[in-house]
Write a protein that binds this ligand. Sequence first.
Ligand SMILES: NC(=O)c1ccc[n+]([C@@H]2O[C@H](COP(=O)([O-])OP(=O)(O)OC[C@H]3O[C@@H](n4cnc5c(N)ncnc54)[C@H](OP(=O)(O)O)[C@@H]3O)[C@@H](O)[C@H]2O)c1
Length: 331
Amino acid sequence: MKGYLITELLKGPEQLVLRTDLPPEEPKQGEVQIQVIAAGLNFFDILQIQGKYQWKPPLPFIPGSEFAGVVLRSTVPEYKPGDRVFGSNHSLAQIITASPRQIQPIPKGMTYEQAAAFYITFPTSYAGLVVRGQLQAGEYCLVHAAGGGVGLAAVQIAKALGATVIATAGSAEKLAVAKANGADFIVNYRDKNWTEQVKQITRGHGADVVYDPVGLVEDSTRCIAWNGRIVVIGFAKGTFEKLPTNRILLKNISIVGLHFGAYTQFEPETIQSTWDGLYKLHAEGKLDPVVYPKSYSLETVPQAMNALASRETYGKVIVKVSEESNSTSKL
Ligand SMILES: NC(=O)c1ccc[n+]([C@@H]2O[C@H](COP(=O)([O-])OP(=O)(O)OC[C@H]3O[C@@H](n4cnc5c(N)ncnc54)[C@H](OP(=O)(O)O)[C@@H]3O)[C@@H](O)[C@H]2O)c1
């Protein structure tokens, strides 16, 4: 089968070499074998092939994480061949394995591409806003990097929950996408006075919840409301902030972190309640994962990763890994 295998850590995506001779992964007892149709790229996939991400899989490993595909073989009662599933394990190879806790059936009406854009991205944003940020209907929610993967999901979720959404991004194109996905107000955070703009939009009240995948905590304290909550999601800017702690005290604010993957270990029940909340919003037609329109294949994964890293893309970058109609013998 075709796929990538990281045997030593790389300097960057350009060093990825597509293999055509990888053996399909064989399911152990308790696992299913899946033909990956589509893979969703995440910023951390790029860090992981370089050994720069907090979770470092042992070498050798298949890179990637989010995927959607079809069950080929199953050793568990929950799934049978032909089931459409989406999940998170490793994704950039045509035939992989996963355990039932790493996958779910694809909800009705979701394409493979949208499902591959959903599995990590939407639960991260839902848990960030609802569980950690305690976002309430009628509050102001400031979403940073609102054109990116988790940011755009946060815009849709915050809007669906009844918040007034203020979206920030660094380009007119991404701001337009955020607006088309439910943002009530848009602000370009490359403007020096962006925090003033947020204060004006909220008529001096400030943002009640700030969703931050970038690393804009200190600046955000300038335009946060009394009792506001800042949810630390990630560090797309590439640096960790050092914050004067008086800023936390002055407006009675909370700064909370989210590490969604760690709920599996520490709080599995929150994963289930997050999915319940998301499936409800999806069934109500309030969530619609955005797939970046340029299509990529396994052959063009380095270009796809570089496009993501250079901030050219919006929504989720999807890699078409195999055709739906392929039989295993062709792979
Ligand atoms: N906590 C968790 O459980 C969890 C789960 C998933 C992801 N994350 C983290 O969330 C962050 C975003 O992930 P993502 O997959 O949504 O990424 P993404 O699709 O690449 O979006 C990141 C956005 O960040 C903005 N950005 C600002 N400064 C940047 C810089 N110097 N380089 C690159 N982008 C920059 C870009 O928007 P503009 O061009 O508009 O500025 C970009 O669209 C990552 O740090 C990731 O590790 C955390």
